[in-house]
Write a protein that binds this ligand. Structure first.
Ligand SMILES: Cc1cc2nc3c(=O)[nH]c(=O)nc-3n(C[C@H](O)[C@H](O)[C@H](O)COP(=O)(O)OP(=O)(O)OC[C@H]3O[C@@H](n4cnc5c(N)ncnc54)[C@H](O)[C@@H]3O)c2cc1C
Ligand code: FES
Ligand code: FES
Length: 1357
């Protein structure tokens, strides 16, 4: 069946924001997100990933549920909802709840005013998640709030301000007692009262009394028409015919079975959370889809004397709610299975996923990864199946997984009607386990369900079952092991035997998909050990006299980490009481576009409305890492519907080559490809769907070329470096090594990081039809580079290319150069077709094409004295810069290091504020007291450990080349007194426009309401430098100040003549006297320089300082960790806007926390990036932020080098995320020491659960089988051999040494470089953009690593 069928589609009727929608041509392949954005022009709902992983597309779906006769509201991911399943539903989007044009909703207002939006791209999704929660729970608990936000990612804010906004709706806020006298961080009475050395200190960033009251009775009602329809709709089957797919929605089980018999291959789509991502990411196609959501027999629940039966179409949220209420109502012994299921359901997906994903879908489709199947199997739950030919039958999941390895659960014509879960019995032990890359909203790496029955009154095993998920292509039963253990006593001997049996039976091959093989093997036995301890604990409760001293170490069985309500505090210096009240500088102004972010009215590149005949461009990229292009066959692509053309290198009228720094690059790969993901050609079609479909049909043949270099080690082996090699030398390092007491050498690997800005790369090119002019709307940090590259590929002067950037949905360095390449390709298409062309990258393509922050390898040799003084350092850094030079070389050049009060390149430096930050951090974090508490905790707990670390920061600000620090501005005053400011900086969410407005307001002495900043454009301010390296406000602020001062000087005589006049009077007066009311402003840049021949210079204008102390707890058996507390002190000079600055610090810190603890890029042995979306690549979510998070801005800090004595703020705090890494390392060191492993150890970054677990060497890591590296092809390229080395005892002893605990760390810090230093930076391969902090991070991390080489040795003291 397809559109060619003559039958007519039913009308699809649903409501959006109270408006009735009748869609006569509903296409089953169309998702709600694209329908909202493209058809209804409701662009507030954003695209972030398209696979349910980011929450940017969250909307609320309301339905009338005939079973409960209630209206249900739930949050859902619009990117996964086929419009065809919305019949009779009411959709509410961010536009539907409030608008700046009418009235904003309290959720929107509070998120904005609490500074919960920076780039604003995630904000509508956040707003809708909270809104849906409030519709169901007008006074939510914090637990409900963190649950509601678990499926929403934000890359900018670090979540704290969003949580603060949510807290204002809560009634049950627990007090954190974080302040003195047990006062709460939110205690407003305390605000503004703290005083330090006469300076007033503020702790309040927003005023709650400004908020509108929240009245839940004022919300949109469920449309009465839909209520009526709900009663009608069950009467008939609905059919929708699309271009390629037919959607059939029956209303009875009989009809459903008939359809399944007729179309056995058709999927039953309920939530589409499994089928949808498969269609999108794997290109699976279904000509027919059956939707069983209106079949009552699949939507019911029933309690029987044996247990609970649930319809297969019940959502996972409904299942969770039912189980939650059941466990509170019936005796615990009957609900052990329910409790185990609940434990898994709490972290399974995010709320949006659970709201729509069905129980049946999870069981049937997720047979490998399902978190539920291992428990359902072990508990003997029954599946009730039905088919037209075979009638009904019941199967036990236990038997299914125990017998038919890999066999499908269902026959092709069969469906799952319901599931029966039994009550547990007295004396039965049931437990569930899972470990994922991130605690919430991440598929588990391994999960398990375990169940045990002991002979009553004894510890003899009577019945035993263990099932594991994610260790093979289906849920695996450890049947043989369990059978062999029947009759054995539950004791240490059994434990040992069981572990051996389990590892033999559940064997994972070295090349298993997903990798982490040794870790998975360890989890198999670690989970079992946890179960062993849990049972012992149960036995102890039952028979206290028998098990009293069994295992003292058990006291520390690590519980599953639960989220606590995050508590936070923010401290900054108040403005001078003398400062005029209208002068906004130094005050916590809300982000200029905060409200528009929250209402969805802020316009991003892809929100610009499509014009008639607009085309869409989809990129075709290389699938080979290094190869010759033999042929490109476009014929199949060109035949597809909607395709207009394929753009290749031959279509470029100008030049394909360009130079980003010094190395040549090309827009399209020509003849040869040098990495997977390189752009080869691009398809243009009438819709994005047609363009993408055709792009996969372009056939390219290749001839492999050698070498293929994927890792730093391979680059070193192949001598593949970028020139020149940079070397900094101070003193005579060889001689110094002769004199030292001890030498320590080693290496550290720091993984790369994907920027993961929420708005993917976007560009819209509008040819203007005359003089070869083009408007280029682009999400870029560097409009001028985009302008230049487009001009060069089109062979037109730059003056014909008008580049516009209204705002960018997050950049973080990832949108400096790559958007220009994309814009160049799109402009060539627009030039060739003469039509408007849009290109919005899918998340997967974005991650594949753009690269990210580079991985580093540092090899070091440090010579030091017994008193801890470091006398010699020889360190060599290798950066994996990928296959093109891009931006890295210049960035490396500007990132040097310091020595005492002089840096390596002999720049003067005053470390006073560094020391102040350090001391203040020590004091505010109560470091010593907590270190003692951590040590005490560690002595009492064997299987869980805490760690604490404090890390200093010195971050260099400015570009080495002076011309890169220049900036310009243009300020117009209009006759009505309004002021238009434009400058060269791009609004990336960092609040540059807000701060610039504050500058203009102070300079012109007018309220901010008079000032407007519209966009960044090459038309108004030419030759701009990239908004990068944190100096955007510094330099553009100076340029705006200059322009304003020029204007004020011109106005001054008029003002003097009429001092009582108003601003408008003076402006009108000036106009009448023919005084120009428009001025440009310019800032030449900092006077920076660097002489590489001499290895000295002044490449940076000034330094930002800071310190962070973090505390964590780790689970030694699984590698999970929890961030307990972080205290940050930052020196940002005199903050221009404390709310923005604190937000930047928190956001950067959390991004750093991701870099150092969880974000891992994985490549196949063929060089293909696996981690291409939020499902595989995990950035921090709400559950990852420290439970206590405090940020203080150093008071009384001055900085004569930047505007109004402020300092740059964007990037520096990212590095402080490594305090969490070192706290984890501290905890791991404590575990190792307790296990008798006393030497230093290599611990690479990021400190993932895998690395933590494998570094906590114990009997379980030692008992797993280790494959010979040469004996298999690993699933992913191994970036380091650390895991292996963790395991080899000799290796662990290699760096053993004795340290004097009296080491003076402060001395190490203030003289951060030893007198004899050799630092070499072999120029590694370049992949793409590198942010300048990386080199600095690496150096500092290494330093911190050196300082932190053994907390057990007392260095941290
Ligand atoms: C972002 C994200 C995070 C996730 N995290 C987790 C996680 O942490 N743990 C976990 O276990 N899962 C996780 N999942 C998987 C999710 O639980 C499943 O995708 C979901 O349960 C499938 O249900 P559905 O209704 O959406 O299935 P659909 O996609 O609608 O259908 C799934 C398949 O199952 C079949 N099917 C469905 N119902 C029946 C039936 N009654 N009879 C016969 N066949 C049927 C269909 O034919 C279809 O092939 C996640 C998914 C996403 C997108
Ligand atoms: S776009 Fe829908 S969840 Fe990311
Ligand atoms: S504000 Fe959340 S992603 Fe930018």
């Amino acid at each position: 069946m397809s559109s060619s069928t003559t039958a007519r589609s039913d009308e699809l009727i649903f409501f959006v924001n109270g408006r009735k929608i009748i869609e006569k041509n509903a296409d089953p392949e169309r998702m709600l997100l694209s329908y909202l954005r493209k058809r209804l022009h409701l662009t507030g709902t954003k695209y972030g990933c398209g696979t349910g992983g980011c929450g940017a597309c969250t909307v609320m779906i309301s339905t009338y549920e005939p079973f409960s006769k209630k209206i249900q509201h739930c949050s859902a991911n619009a990117c996964l909802i086929p419009i065809c399943c919305l019949y009779g539903a009411a959709v509410t989007t961010v536009e539907g709840i409030g608008s700046v044009k009418s009235r904003i909703h309290p959720v929107q207002e509070r998120i904005a005013k609490c500074h919960g939006s920076q780039c604003g791209f995630c904000t509508p999704g956040m707003v809708m998640s909270i809104y849906a929660l409030l519709r169901n729970h007008p006074e939510p608990t914090m637990e409900q709030i963190s649950e509601a936000l678990a499926g929403n990612l934000c890359r900018c804010t670090g979540y704290r301000p969003i949580i603060d906004a949510c807290k204002t709706f809560c009634k049950d806020l627990d007090c954190c007692k974080i302040r003195e006298n047990e006062n709460c961080c939110l205690d407003l009475k305390e605000n503004l009262l703290l005083s330090e050395k006469g300076k007033e200190i503020c702790t309040k960033l927003f005023a709650t009394d400004e908020f509108q009251p929240w009245d839940s009775t004022q919300e949109l009602i469920f449309p009465p028409k839909l209520l009526l329809m709900a009663k009608e709709q069950r009467k008939r089957t609905l059919v929708f015919y699309g271009e390629r797919t037919t959607w059939i929605s029956p209303v009875s089980l009989k009809e459903l079975l008939e359809l399944k018999a007729k179309y056995p291959k058709a999927p039953l789509v309920v939530g589409n959370t499994s089928v949808g991502p498969e269609i999108k990411c794997k290109g699976v196609f279904h000509p027919v889809i059956i939707s069983p959501i209106r079949v009552l027999e699949l939507n019911f629940l029933n309690f029987t004397s044996n247990g609970l039966t649930l319809g297969a179409a019940c959502s996972l949220s409904l299942v969770k709610d039912i189980l939650t209420s059941t466990v509170s109502e019936i005796p615990e012994e009957k609900t052990k299975v329910f409790r185990a299921l609940l434990q898994q359901l709490k972290t399974l997906g995010g709320q949006q996923i659970r709201n729509i994903a069905s129980l049946g879908g999870n069981i049937i489709k997720q047979h490998t990864t399902s978190d539920l199947n291992p428990i359902l199997a072990v508990s003997n739950s029954l599946l009730n199946l039905a088919s037209l030919a075979g009638g009904t039958r019941q199967i036990s999941l236990n038997e299914h997984f125990s017998s038919g390895f890999g066999k499908a659960i269902l026959k092709p014509e069969e469906i799952l009607v319901s599931l029966s879960i039994p009550y547990s019995k007295t004396g039965e032990f049931v437990a569930a386990f899972r470990q994922a890359q991130r605690r919430e909203n991440a598929l588990s790496i391994v999960n398990a369900g375990m169940r045990l029955i002991l002979d009553p009154g004894t510890d003899i095993i009577m019945d035993f079952g263990i099932f594991y998920g994610n260790v093979a292509s289906t849920t695996v039963c450890a049947k043989k092991s369990c059978q062999a253990l029947i009759g054995r006593c539950w004791n240490e001997q059994m434990l040992e035997e069981a572990c051996k049996l389990l590892l033999e039976e559940v064997s994972i091959p070295g090349s298993a998909p997903g990798g982490k093989v040794e870790y998975k093997r360890t989890l198999i036995v670690s989970f079992f050990f946890k179960f062993y301890l849990e049972v012992l604990q149960g036995l102890k409760l039952m028979y206290p006299h028998r098990y009293c001293d069994t295992i003292e170490k058990r006291k520390s069985i690590p519980d599953v980490f639960h989220n606590k309500i995050p508590q936070s505090s923010q401290i900054y210096q108040a403005v001078d009481p003398e400062q005029l009240s209208q002068d906004p500088v130094g005050r916590p102004l809300m982000h200029l576009a905060g409200i528009k972010h929250a209402t969805g009215e802020a316009i991003y590149c892809d929100d610009i409305r499509a014009v008639e005949e607009e085309l869409f461009l989809a990129i075709v990229t290389s699938s080979r890492p290094h190869a010759k292009i033999i042929s490109i066959d476009l014929s199949d692509a060109l035949k597809l519907p909607g395709v207009i053309d394929v753009i290749t290198v031959q279509d470029i009228p100008g030049t394909n080559e360009f130079c980003c720094i010094n190395e040549p690059e090309s827009v399209f790969a020509n003849h040869k490809v040098i990495c997977v993901g390189q752009i080869i050609c691009a398809v243009v079609a009438d819709t994005d769907v047609h363009a993408k479909r055709a792009a996969v049909k372009v056939k390219i043949t290749y001839e492999a070329l050698e070498p293929v270099i994927l890792t730093i080690e391979e680059a070193i082996k192949n001598n593949s470096f970028y020139d020149p090699e940079r070397k900094l030398e101070q003193g005579n390092v060889d001689e110094a090594f002769e004199t030292v007491d001890q030498i320590l050498e080693g290496e550290i690997h720091i993984g790369g990081q994907e920027h993961f800005y929420m708005e993917t790369q976007s560009v819209l090119v509008v040819p203007k039809g005359e003089d070869k002019e083009m408007d280029v709307y682009v999400s870029s940090q560097h409009p001028t580079f985009t302008q230049e590259l487009v001009a060069s590929v089109l062979n037109v002067p730059s003056s014909r290319i008008m580049c516009h950037v209204k705002r960018v949905g997050g950049g973080f360095g990832g949108k400096v150069t790559k958007p220009a390449i994309l814009a160049a390709v799109t402009a060539v298409a627009a030039n060739k077709t003469g039509r408007v062309v849009r290109c919005i990258l899918d998340r997967g393509d974005d991650m594949l094409i753009t690269g990210g922050r580079h991985p580093f390898l540092g090899k070091y040799r440090v010579g030091f004295m017994n008193d801890g003084r470091i006398m010699a350092l020889d360190v060599r850094y290798y950066s994996n810069g990928g296959c093109t030079a891009d931006e890295s070389i210049v960035i490396r050049e500007i990132n040097m290091y310091k020595k005492g009060n002089q840096t390596h390149y002999k720049q003067d430096l005053d470390p006073n504020n560094l020391v102040k930050c350090w001391n203040e951090c020590m004091e505010k974090s109560s470091y010593y007291i907590r270190k003692t508490a951590v040590d005490k905790f560690n002595k009492q707990n064997y299987w869980k450990k805490k760690g604490i670390a404090i890390i200093p920061l010195k971050y260099s600000i400015g570009f080495e080349a002076m011309f890169l620090n220049q900036a310009a501005a243009l300020v117009h005053i209009y006759m009505d007194g309004s002021v238009l400011v434009t400058h060269g900086g791009v609004e990336l969410g960092q609040g540059i426009h807000t701060k610039i407005m504050q500058v203009a307001s102070r300079e012109l002495k007018i309220p901010t309401s008079f000032i407007h900043i519209c966009e960044t454009s090459t038309v108004t301010v030419p030759n701009t430098r990239p908004t990068a390296a944190s100096i955007g406000t510094d330099i553009n602020g100076m340029a705006v100040k200059n322009a304003c001062q020029t204007l004020l000087k011109r106005l001054q005589p008029i003002m003097d003549k009429n001092p009582e006049g108003t601003w408008k009077d003076w402006v009108t007066g000036a106009f009448r006297q023919s005084i120009s009311l428009s001025a440009t402003g310019f800032f030449r840049g900092y006077d920076t320089n660097m002489n590489w021949d001499k290895g000295e210079g002044r490449p940076f204008e000034y330094f930002v300082y800071g310190a962070a102390c973090s505390e964590v707890e780790i689970d030694c058996l699984t590698g999970d960790h929890k961030n307990i507390r972080t205290d940050i002190i930052m020196d940002v000079g005199c903050s221009l806007n404390p709310a923005v600055d604190i937000g930047q610090i928190e956001g950067a810190f959390v991004q750093g926390l991701g870099l150092y603890t969880m974000e891992e890029l994985k490549y196949s042995p063929e060089g293909v990036l696996y981690t291409r979306g939020p499902d595989q690549y995990k950035i921090p979510a709400v559950c990852d932020i420290p439970e206590q998070f405090s940020v203080s801005l150093l008071s009384s800090s001055q900085n004569p080098n930047a505007i109004y004595s402020s300092k740059a703020v964007g990037e520096p705090a990212l590095f402080l995320g490594c305090s969490v890494f070192f706290a984890i390392k501290d905890a791991v060191a404590a575990a190792r020491q307790e296990r008798g492993i006393t030497g230093t150890f290599t611990f690479h970054s990021p400190s993932t659960a895998e690395r933590i677990r494998m570094a906590c060497v114990d009997q379980f890591t030692k008992m797993i089988p280790w494959d010979e590296p040469e004996s298999y092809v690993p699933w992913a390229v191994p970036v380091d051999q650390s895991l292996l080395s963790q395991q080899i005892p000799q290796e662990q002893e290699r760096f053993q040494y004795a340290m004097d605990p009296q080491t003076d760390l402060k001395r190490v810090l203030s003289a951060a470089t030893p007198p004899n230093t050799l630092i070499i930076f072999p120029e590694g391969q370049e992949r793409s953009s590198l942010k300048q902090e990386q080199v600095c991070q690496t150096l500092l991390t290494l330093w911190a690593g050196v300082c932190d080489m053994g907390p057990a040795h007392g260095l941290d003291e």
